[in-house]
Unconditional design. Sequence first.
Length: 168
Amino acid sequence: MTLVVPFDGSDLAESALVRATAFDAAFDEGVVAVTVVPAGNVEYAREAGWLDDDEPFDLPTVLGRLEEQVGALAPDARFRYETVGQYASAGTITKHVRRIAREEDASTVVIGSENAGHLTVSISSIGGGVAATDAYDVLIVRSRAPSNVETLQSASPHSAGFDAGETE
């Protein structure tokens, strides 16, 4: 079993990844950060913050930056990616994430989404489609506050001063 985090590099995806890492300290299942990249889609990559305004699309650059970001937040997490067509829909990306979650035997998918306030199906990102299955539990991270990334990182087993043997 694993904790799977759809990861696009956004602030909420970062929060979801750090929270999954904190849960993994208790569950010891492993964390997999999953990115689905529309290959060659410069506009998508720039909007996601994967490329600067003047950079051409370069898959190794995009993947390297995302993998580095994952490694900085969750050093023990595995980074897994897939590419899809240049103009893939959110539904296509969702299908890939759901399939990967099944392949990884996910116990929980941790989704960062600010649009999950009322109904899971109203999530405008890929989150609604990923959450629509009962094959795994879903944790929706809606904001960085009150437990922001920095607070969670300080509680992570990867930060200085954390003692995995401590109990309250």
